[in-house]
Design a protein. Sequence first.
Length: 313
Amino acid sequence: MKQKFLCAFLLATSGISLSVNASAPEPERAIWIWERDSYAMLEDRSAADDAIKFLHSKHINTIYLYADTFEKQNLIVSQPQMYSRLIQRLHQEGIHTYALLGSAYLHTEEYILPEHKNAAFAMMQRVLNYNLKAATDERFDGVNLDIEPHILDLWPAQKIQLLEWFLDMSQSLMELKKSSRQTLSVGPAIPFWLDSIELDWHGQTKRVSDHVQDIFDYVALMDYRDHAEGTDGIISHAIDEMMYAGLHNSKVMIGLEVTPNDIQKVTFNHLTEKDMEHELSLASKSFADQPGFAGFVIHHYLSYRTWLERSAP
């Protein structure tokens, strides 16, 4: 099925490099910023200064800023003014800020399990509560959820049940957002291969990726490959989600990996920044006329900086 979509997509976009306006804006760029680096930016102005300078240098205009417990602190509850100051400053610098919820530190993959669902609701509610109390320019612009059921040991034996619970949790989180009457853009990080699994959920049989896109405002597609073209490339793996988004008023951020990995093809870590930018240019041209294309998101801040410093001439 994906091969059929790929052929149709390539035919439809075969002349795109000639037709795209040379002055068209560059795609949005976002980055995940995990616990330690997010807390450093919140607690240390010099760390925030350095991060903002770096973000501007790499044309990154959206960050996913961690907003939950780390090392026995939950600053969004105990020190909300730290988020207020930083978000206000980021907005002044033209940088959108999403609350990043979910982490290896908290083992949030377990939040899909019925016995842990209240932890997921509380995590989301804390961000909603913060936004309700914050001034307009101090509020989060959105939420990015990183809750990945395929990490669980139960996955091989209970994949379908876990995915059903993931969808149930997702729907409940979006109902919390709706009841708060906030305009936050909310979406999860999902692997590109969810479009290969069909699931009957609430009486509708669809690909899991379709169900997810029906629920959320956008998805950050973990499209971790080190090349754009070909049947195992960034473009091919994003086609289904991109076309579905265009038909259903949703958005897709293309996730990229720069962290070291034993499987070489999933990361740009073994290549140069110039190599990555070339592949992103190819992907951008292919998706330029797709209404669902929202840009790229890099995993993650510390790895990206480390990689760039190591590979600098």
